[in-house]
Design a protein around this ligand. Structure first.
Ligand SMILES: Cc1cc2nc3c(=O)[nH]c(=O)nc-3n(C[C@H](O)[C@H](O)[C@H](O)COP(=O)(O)OP(=O)(O)OC[C@H]3O[C@@H](n4cnc5c(N)ncnc54)[C@H](O)[C@@H]3O)c2cc1C
Length: 655
């Protein structure tokens, strides 16, 4: 069967679209061996579990994670007999869709029943693919499955994206929670979606149908592992009248560039998926129709993704306590996992979708200003002015043109680089100017970002370390657009005047102060252009570490000249983890810069009394931006102080 890959239309198409080098394309079939290598035989014989798929009567793939070791039943196990023959005996449960499919007459009666699997050892991330036909199968009423497999395709795979975990056999009592094996899947239960949200390990079964061959239609199957950070598979629903369709979206994480699973989908859309929840033993099984989306089509569904697979769920089962395995260790995610990418619709809900007005704009760094040891402002000139953005919004910068060195399969020294897209988002800490005629913000060709070094982070350190070279060599980076959502301003378009809440509480942590820097400058700009338009009273509670509190100098630059109807009071709370004397001199320096009628600084953490004692709390709109810990504590305190949800506005720096 390995010769099938010489003319596999789907694989060849994707390899071409994704620029797999021709030498690799030409040699791929040689990596697939029709005889089981001894190394694979030893590997399979030692496995306690085996993801295996077959087709049901309708030709739909179903994949299950068979458990091939039992403390109760010594007959359970994998025996490699030689001659590409392997016996598998596994205890499943009566509801298992793989076992149910085995009991049906095969779709193409008379032809061999197909199977595919991927042996995986989670303890050491080894995996080997296997496929062929099932010579003999039986399933008893308890779900005990006996199979004789004849394999004719064997391929070793890399350890990328596999979560390390130790598992031991156990015995659970399976309960069927949701079942559309026979009918059509509609609204999936929330518990099934929660399994998808938590999963860092998924198995994908695909089917390859080659038409017009001299031998007529030829079919074979494939199963492979898909892994990522929990939540890497996104889920969404579409409603048409009463009908609800569920879709699963799996972004393609850079692999060996063979595109075997995705290539199969190009020839036959039917796929199966299994999501085992190793913590609870619940298992979610899916069969559906898949399509691969590339480039703009992928980007339209999931921004910053060049290739993904979308599966329309047509059949699904949630079986609780289905997995006769228990987790006997913690789980260790793969260092190759890229961050979870969200769907465009999810980003839209968060106000995080870039505007498309800045497609071919470049940004050139012109100057920098250090605010603390680890925080700097970077000032960029844009090749084309961007339309006005309400202060508090963000810009998206793409450094791939400068830094991307192309494909690498593995990178032990820096695994994150394998899927790195060199795109980052930063709040625009500068504010646009006010147009004196319209009294609204006008377009601008200068933007600033204020960036804190992230320990171990890539782009924040590239910026901090190489700013001088960027400036000296006029190195442009691509400016991909802007996005808004978090701002204290409203109006400003369609002839509507800019307005502000009369009273606000701003809660900022560390570099989370950047949107407030832009908002503050915007308020002063507006007040300068139109004093009658602006009347606002702001309390800023700021929590910062060591000399990071120096970012507050930004609010002192207008010291003594505040407009008539604008008031600002800042309570800065400093936590000290470095040198006490630097911390003290930073506080003293700030006190010298900003009047004590505006700024109070104390060395301690923020507590509920700091919020409680804010005057007129019940009348203030509350804006928050900072690290998750501070945000969550603030939310809890605000709830305790009965500040309604509708008055709370929150920005997060997590994409
Ligand atoms: C709306 C918003 C506003 C922000 N504003 C600021 C700000 O004003 N100042 C500031 O210092 N920070 C801000 N951030 C955080 C900023 O985007 C960076 O996360 C931070 O600077 C660290 O980047 P890094 O490259 O050093 O770290 P890294 O750890 O290398 O990357 C951090 C983030 O970049 C993305 N990323 C990482 N690896 C990949 C990959 N392989 N492929 C694709 N994406 C990847 C992920 O979103 C990840 O969380 C903001 C974030 C958001 C979402």
């Amino acid at each position: 069967m390995t010769q099938i890959h010489w003319s596999h239309k789907g694989e060849l198409l994707l390899q071409k679209r994704r620029n797999t080098p021709k030498e690799l394309t030409d040699s791929i079939p040689q990596y697939i061996s029709s005889d089981m290598p001894q190394q694979h035989a030893d590997f399979f014989a030692g496995l306690s579990y085996l993801p295996l798929a077959t087709l049901d009567q309708q030709g739909r793939p179903w994949v299950s994670l068979l458990v091939t070791r039992s403390d109760h039943d010594p007959t359970v196990g994998i025996k490699v007999l030689g001659g590409n023959t392997t016996d598998v005996i596994a205890q499943t449960n009566p509801y298992d869709p793989f076992a149910r499919a085995l009991q049906q007459v095969p779709a193409s009666a008379g032809e061999a029943r197909l199977f595919a699997g991927v042996g995986v050892d989670f303890s050491n991330r080894r995996r080997n693919k296997i496929a062929g036909s099932i010579a003999d199968a039986s399933v008893d009423e308890t779900g005990k499955v006996q199979l004789r497999l004849l394999s004719d395709q064997h391929l070793g795979n890399c350890p990328k994206y596999i979560t390390v975990r130790n598992l031991a056999p156990t015995r659970r009592l399976a309960q069927l929670s949701y079942d559309s094996f026979e009918g059509n899947a509609s609204v999936l239960p929330a518990e099934a979606k929660a399994v998808v949200d938590r999963a860092s390990t998924v198995f994908l079964a695909t089917k390859h149908t080659a038409q017009g061959n001299t031998n007529g239609t030829q079919t074979d199957m494939g199963v492979n592992h898909r892994g990522g950070a929990p939540g890497f598979t996104r889920i969404y629903e579409e409603t048409d009248g009463d009908a609800v369709t569920t879709y699963l979206v799996l972004p393609d994480h850079s692999g060996n560039r063979f595109y075997q699973s995705l290539g199969n989908i190009e020839t036959d859309p039917q796929v199966g998926l299994v999501f085992p929840d190793f913590a609870t033993g619940d298992v979610f099984y899916v069969t559906g129709e898949a399509e691969n989306l590339l480039d703009d089509d992928a980007e339209a569904l999931m921004p910053r993704t060049g290739l993904l697979t979308r599966v329309k769920v047509t059949g699904a089962l949630l079986i609780k306590a289905a997995l006769n395995l228990e987790l006997t260790s913690g789980e260790q995610l793969s260092p190759y996992n890229p961050p979870v990418k969200l769907l465009r619709r999810e980003l839209e809900q968060m106000g995080r979708v870039p505007s498309d007005d800045a497609e071919a704009i470049s940004a050139t760094l012109v100057s920098t200003q250090a605010l603390s040891d680890n925080i700097k402002t970077f000032n960029f000139k844009l090749s084309t002015p961007i339309s006005a953005l309400l202060p508090g919004g963000f810009g998206i910068f793409d450094f791939s043109g400068l830094l991307d060195r192309g494909y690498s399969h593995m990178n032990e020294a820096n695994p994150q680089l394998v899927n790195e897209d060199f795109v980052r988002t930063w709040t625009l800490s500068s504010t646009p100017r006010i147009d004196p005629n319209t009294k609204t913000f006008r377009s601008s060709d200068h933007v600033s970002i204020t960036v804190k070094r992230k320990p171990g982070g890539l782009m924040s350190n590239v910026l901090h370390d190489n700013a001088d070279q960027f400036i000296a060599n006029n190195l442009p980076v691509a400016f991909k657009g802007t996005g808004a959502g978090f701002t204290c301003f409203s109006g400003g378009s369609d002839g509507m005047p800019l307005t502000l809440p009369p009273k606000m509480l701003w809660i900022a942590g560390g570099v989370g102060v950047t949107p407030f820097m832009a908002m503050w400058d915007g308020i002063l700009e507006l007040a300068k252009a139109n004093p009658d338009q602006v009347s606002t009273d702001i309390v800023l509670l700021f929590a910062g570490r060591d000399d990071d509190i120096n970012v507050l100098r930004h609010f002192g630059s207008q010291h003594g000249t505040l407009p008539d109807h604008v008031t600002l009071r800042i309570l800065a709370l400093q936590s000290v983890s470095g040198s006490a004397s630097i911390a003290r001199s930073t506080r003293d320096g700030l006190r010298d810069t900003i009047s004590d009628s505006i700024l109070k600084i104390e060395e301690r953490r923020m507590g509920i009394d700091d919020i409680r004692s804010v005057a007129d709390l019940s009348e203030r709109e509350v804006f928050m931006c900072g690290p998750d810990g501070l945000m969550n504590r603030s939310e809890t305190m605000l709830t305790e102080l009965e500040v309604e949800e509708t008055r709370r506005h929150r920005e997060t720096f997590v994409f």
